[in-house]
Design a protein around this ligand. Structure first.
Ligand SMILES: Cc1cc2nc3c(=O)[nH]c(=O)nc-3n(C[C@H](O)[C@H](O)[C@H](O)COP(=O)(O)O)c2cc1C
Length: 159
């Protein structure tokens, strides 16, 4: 077998949809945005955005936007990961911006997901949601591509 650490993280990661109430440290939460920004970005522009959803009313908006997916309500932490298309438009003569933005956000989300996996923090990638509704209701100045739920997994499920 190849002793690849990245491979082992990829194998360890599974979607978590049941969480404990355990809080994560402030230093870890601070690290989240840094991790999002560490990935490669189209045009090397700083266009990737991460926005933690903090209030319960915002959480409810995300829940509705996701078509009422319970994991959005249950996860202790939820971050919206997207791309500021206006910043990215300064490159590539303004072409292919939507697709490039989606790729930027997906790379950032996957990097974060593997980082959290390494810390034994459960994640659930939610990509099925109504972005127009979300962006308008939360007054966001960037396009959201991924809603990433995370937190300590509830290990007692099914016992
Ligand atoms: C692009 C993408 C979109 C996804 N959207 C959702 C979603 O809206 N809701 C959800 O519960 N899971 C979603 N998932 C998680 C997948 O359902 C899950 O990764 C897949 O079933 C494999 O299970 P695993 O993650 O446990 O390996 C998404 C995953 C990806 C990669």
């Amino acid at each position: 077998m190849c002793g690849s650490y990245v491979r082992s993280l990829m194998q360890k990661r599974k979607s978590t949809r049941s969480f404990s109430f355990e809080e994560l440290s402030t230093s870890l939460l601070n690290e989240v945005d840094i991790i999002l920004q560490l990935g490669q970005k189209a045009g090397n522009k700083k266009s990737v955005r991460g926005r933690l959803v903090l209030s319960s009313s915002e959480r409810e908006t995300c829940f509705i936007a996701s078509g009422f997916q319970e994991v959005i309500r249950k996860a202790p932490y939820l971050i919206l990961i997207g791309n500021d298309d206006a910043v990215l438009s300064e490159s590539y003569e303004g072409k292919h911006i939507e697709s490039l933005g989606c790729q930027n956000a997906s790379i950032a989300a996957q990097n974060l997901l593997l980082y959290l996996t390494e810390k034994s923090i459960g994640t659930c990638w939610v990509g099925g949601f109504e972005n127009t509704y979300l962006q308008k209701k939360l007054n966001l100045d960037f396009r959201v591509w991924v809603m990433l739920c995370f937190g300590i997994e509830n290990m007692e499920v099914g016992i």
